[in-house]
Design a protein. Sequence first.
Length: 221
Amino acid sequence: MLDQAPYLDPVFMVLQEEPLVSNPGKPRRLRPWLAGAALLLLGGALYAGWPRQADLTAFDPDAMARLETSMWRDYYEKRYPALFRDLYSVSRDEYNFSPLDSVRIAYAAASAARAFQPTTSRAEAEAALPALVTYFRILSNGAKAKFDVEGAARTELAWWQARREAVPPEQYGPIIARVATLVHGVDGDNVRQTSTSTCARPTGCSSARWRRAHPEGQPAS
């Protein structure tokens, strides 16, 4: 496992290096400090990067609704650090990704939002696609079944653009439901109807939509 974790290389380099001392005749007092610091770095790196059993269906619908509402506000107010924080909370607290993967997911999603926001046409909006592909690629590690990563990214971008163009919810609601089908592995009329009826507001979707997206239809225990 460790040979597949290149982010630990600097830690091992510190462990292998001899401490620098100005006077070879004095005790090497730096050695314990360096060793302790290296061990702390190693522990932190292992905690952040050690793979978790992420699950895109193990979320609390009410918590997801609150976070989504917060993220919409962050986006419209251009508070990107706050958007990153909320995206991290979704990945880490609701989906159980590792801290490292949660940072990568949050960064990719926030980058996509930031790239999309100033665009004024569908052609310009394509600038957000690479970050969205990265986002869904990492997110797919927590899916119950494999899904088309680029297809999910393009579908997500399509409903962002549709909403911006003031397309009626009856038209972009099914697009949102398609993303839920790809990512969460659920389908059905109730998902499509809820996506249409509860996502018409400019501040996000209600917990009803997230209950429909949950395979059990209820918050995860």
